[in-house]
Structures are given as structure tokens and as C-alpha cells.
Design a protein. Sequence first.
Length: 630
Amino acid sequence: MNDAATYIFDFDSTLVRIETLEALADIALAGSPDAAEVRAEIARLTDQAMAGEVAFGEALRRRLALLPLTRDHVQALADRILDEGTPSLRKNLAFFRAHADRIVILSGGFREIIAPVAERLGVAPDRVLANDLLYDAEGRVAGVDPANPLSEAGGKPAVIRALGLTGPVVMVGDGWNDAEVKQAGAADRFYAFTEIVRREPVVSAADAEAASIDELLHAEGLAGRWSYPRSRMRILLLENVHPAAVDRLEEAGYTVETVKGALGEDELIERIKGVHVLGVRSKTQVSDRVLDAADKLMAVAAFCIGTNQIDLAAAADRGVAVFNAPYSNTRSVVELAVGLTIALMRDVSDKSAAMHRGEWNKSATGSRELRGKTLGIVGYGAIGSQLSVLAEALGMRVIFHDLTERLALGNARRMSSLDALLAESDVVTLHVDGRVENTNIFGAAQLARMKDGALLLNLSRGHIVDIGALAQALGSGRIGGAALDVFPDEPATNADPFDSPLRGLKNVILTPHIGGSTEEAQEAIGEFAADRLLAYLNRGDTTFCVNLPNVQLAEVSGAHRLLHIHRNQPGVLADLNRAIAGAGLNILGQHLKTDERTGYVIIDVESGYDPEALRVLRSVAGTLRFRSLY
Ligand SMILES: NC(=O)c1ccc[n+]([C@@H]2O[C@H](COP(=O)([O-])OP(=O)(O)OC[C@H]3O[C@@H](n4cnc5c(N)ncnc54)[C@H](O)[C@@H]3O)[C@@H](O)[C@H]2O)c1
Ligand SMILES: O=C(O)[C@H](O)COP(=O)(O)O
């Protein structure tokens, strides 16, 4: 053995996600009437031994005595043990194989069960230190070899000492008998391994906690799968983001915390510290102050369409990428707009409310068909244009107004001004984006230009419409009804009250910002936004990023990727390339994309350089954010 560190791994609940004796109990007791009871007693003894409450040797003997264990049972577990590998172990086989001569598997478990795993990891049989089962003539397990020190308490330190290792010894395990190795002076460092089970006394006694093999490799400065262990990356998702997003992000190895409602600015400032990625929906304001407090933030995802709640420029100035899900709830909003239009035309909500009060009021007065009426769409983007198609299919005439040139779909007609649209529309529906300049663009003047008795819908953003002016126009009967899904002041959670001057007005439908709140849309948003985040975190891809230049990138393979976000100012690329050349890095590929504010350079370099060389790149003037990926 040489002077490099030796890594000693426990087996049960460290290299595999099971406890051997519990798994053997399940096999040996299958069909037995007292199986559950015996199984529970075995699990209790395992926990007591692993927490240091019962001596290991005693717990082992008591557990074996409880089981009618045979060679066949042991073989059955050995046959399927490769399926029980700890998740992060399966993903780091390359590390084990590359360092097999520095790895020892040390376990109070049984050699027959460990052998297939050791073989898969490339660890030689003589580096597996474990108990040896003894069998009687009928193949029944009679106990463990008492001459093996691992059959007794304190066995692990004794066995390690007997190896005569000369370099540093690093112990990795989940149990108290692993912590004892360091306490007995037989290891220099002890990592409490907590991917499968986290035992507080063991963690307290450890030098550090490793929640995965990736974390261990990172802490030990060893080359793992990733430049940074994903489990250390904290993703905070607010506002009840769909579980599909949580599943995708956790599946990729990241640590995800969720909060049901929105957070106020001060609360968010508290929570954002140490967070690498923030996920919000439409309520949480990600302000300049919040971004200032965000010491680790790399990306923000709006799990919705609108991004007006996020200070995009302030995020770009800090190299924080912002993503959204621009199309995932479009159809849901459009369907609600169609439904609300029909409901307003037929005064459904007031008629229904009267019925609930016990009043029967059958009348055709004021009720109209959609067919042949003119729908005026303000904002002909993703939602407006999709609504245009559905409305025409229902027999409406469609006109629209947009600030920018848009392709008119079907027979829709573009109107040169909002006033021209208002003069012709029986129903006006607002689908503009939430930019600040759109605040109160629909006020008394616009309401006055609508046709008598026309209807208004707003499913875009609350600040677009002057609510006081709308209440007046509705109260005076100037317009015939309105449906609003968005409001200037929306409650942060379902537990908070809602108030508005529109409450109680005739033929006014109020919905609690549910345009995009369908199961289909929420799941699609969760998946889309999580995928965008993963593409950015894992390979630097900024496709669909709304505040940084968009660059589509393939996975990094066989190289290290350097990602540099900088202020768009003269000379940055030249300085960067000078620094790279000075540091002796060999460039394999390079992309640069800029917008008027920011530049994004992606440089793939040959690995095997001195990591210290990267320091220089951070100091290039104009640097907003720098990270390396592999
Ligand atoms: N109610 C909900 O639950 C819900 C769900 C999704 C989206 N939204 C909101 O709906 C709105 C539209 O979403 P989208 O995906 O269609 O956005 P989009 O960006 O695709 O379209 C917006 C369109 O409005 C136009 N526009 C902006 N300001 C204008 C103005 N003053 N006058 C005329 N046109 C103007 C833009 O040029 C663009 O074509 C956004 O505000 C979004 O936040 C609400
Ligand atoms: O921007 C959006 O997509 C909508 O306003 C929906 O927002 P929500 O996710 O907060 O419901």
C-alpha cells in the first residue's frame, strides 16, 4: 500500500441501500405468520447497534438467532445484491474502478453478500473485510466465525490497524461502529454517510457529513462526475410549484425545498441566502433587494409565463439567468377566456347566484350568442393569437391590436390603433405582457371608447386596468360586464383575504388568477421549467433564458467547460483569451453571444490543468459570474 489515502467503506446502508440482516429476514421469513414481528425486532436491534446502544457482536448474534437462515437464503440475497446499490454509488462506478487499489470494504456483514458488489466495483477480494458465516451440515447458518474480529464490538478498528496502512485513512459509513473507527484512532477522517439513513449521533461524531458519494469525492478533492456535488446545490421552489418539477430536479441529484405560498420581500431576503436556484410563480417579487441578498444565486425560474415580477435587468447585472415557461399554460388561459366570454354574454354568473338564493329568473333579455360578434384582442402574442383561432372557430369576427407586427391568423384583422379596435368590438380581451409601461393602459378613456354594453376581459396582469375606472363604467351600465382573473393586489396565499371595488357588481365574474391553473398546464410548466434549469445548471445552455443571451449547448464530454458571464464592454473576450493562454489552458471550442447589456462566453478546454489557473479568469474586468463545469 502506498502513502495516498485509503478509503474504507462500510457496506450496509452505505454501498447498498439495505441492511443485510433485514433483507435476509424478509427472505427467510417469507410466508411465516410471525414474520412482521421478527422483522421488527431485527430492525430494532440493527438500529440499536448502529446507534451504538447495543454492542455490535451481541446485536449480530441476537439477530442471527432470530432467523431460520440457510445457505439458500444467503445465496438468494447475493444473487440480487447488485440491484440494491446506493443511487450515488451506481453513478460513480468509474471512481471506484479507477481507485480500487485505494479502497477497502469493511463490514460487520457477510462476505458472500459483499463479494458481488466488490467485483462490480473492481475491488479485489482481499480488500473485502467482513464476517464469515458458518453453516451446519444441512446448510443452516450456525453463526459467524468467532475468530474474525469483526464478529465482536471494536472489530473494525482492530482490523484496520492490522492492515498496516501508511497513508491517511478515511472511513466512510453510516453506523456507530464506523464512527468508532475514528474515535479509536484507526482513521484520520470519518465521513458520516447519510444518503440512505441519517443517524444524528453518528453525524455528530463525524468530521463531515456526506449525503452522497459525489459529496464525499468533492470534500476529498477527488475527481467525481461533477465539478460541484449537486446535492449541495439548494433549489428553493415557492408558490406550490408542481411536484413534477421537484421530481425532475431531485432525480438529477439537486436538493429541493418547497414552500406552498409566495414570500414577501423581507421573508425572501431571509430565505434566499445560500440558495443556488429560486423558483417562483406570478406572486413573488424578485426585486433588486432580494437579488442583493442572494449570495449564491445562479438562476431564477418563473414557473409561469409572466416575468414582470422579477427584476430582469438587476438579475442580468449579477449574472443570474432567468427562465420561464412561455407556452405551457397558453391553452388553459385561452379556454378560460372562451368560457368567460360565453358566461358574460349569457349573464351566467348572476343567474346562477340567483338560483343559489332560490330565485328562478328565466329570461332572454340581454343574452346573446357569440356567433357573428366582434372580438377585439389587445396583445396578439401566444395567448392572443391562440384565442383568435378558437374564437373564429366559434363564429366570431376577430380584430386585434399589438404594438409589434404579428401574423394575422385566419380571417383576423389587424387594427391600426387601440381606439379603432375599441370602436368595433363587442368583447374586448386584454392579453398584453406585464411590462411596467403597460400600467393602467386600460382606464376611463379606453372604457369610454368601448361600444355601449360591450364586455371586457382581463386575464393578463392586474396593473393593466384602472380598477376604479372599470368599477365606475360597470356601475353606470356604460359597459355590459367584465371578467377579471388578475388584480393589482392579489393575496399571497389562499389563507389571505381578497378585496376589490369590483366585488358585488352586476355581471362581473372574478376568478382568483386561475387562467393557467389547470393540472395539465401546471405539470407541463413544472417539467418545462425544470428542464430549462437542468440544461443551464448541467451544461450552461441558456435556451429560453429571458435576460441573458441564448446559447444552445450540448453536454460537455471529454472536456471541462468554462462559463463566463460579463458586462458587454469592449475588450472582455480579448482579456479572457489572454488569461486563458497565460494559464496554459488548451481551448477545444468557444462560443460568444452578447446582447446590449451582457455577454456570455462558453469555453471548452482540455482537462488536466491546474485548477488555480481558473482564478485569473474571475478577475477579468467586467466579469459578472464565472463557473466551470464537467
Ligand atoms: N391569467 C393567467 O393565469 C395567465 C396565464 C398566463 C399568462 N398570463 C399573462 O397573459 C399575458 C399574455 O401572455 P402571452 O404568453 O400571450 O405573452 P406574449 O408576450 O406572447 O404576448 C404579449 C403581446 O402583447 C403585446 N403588447 C405588449 N404591450 C402592448 C400594448 N400596450 N398594446 C398592444 N400590444 C401590446 C406584445 O407585443 C405581445 O405580442 C401576459 O401578461 C402573461 O403574464 C396570465
Ligand atoms: O404568468 C402566468 O403564467 C400566469 O399569470 C399564471 O401565474 P401563476 O403561475 O401564478 O398562476
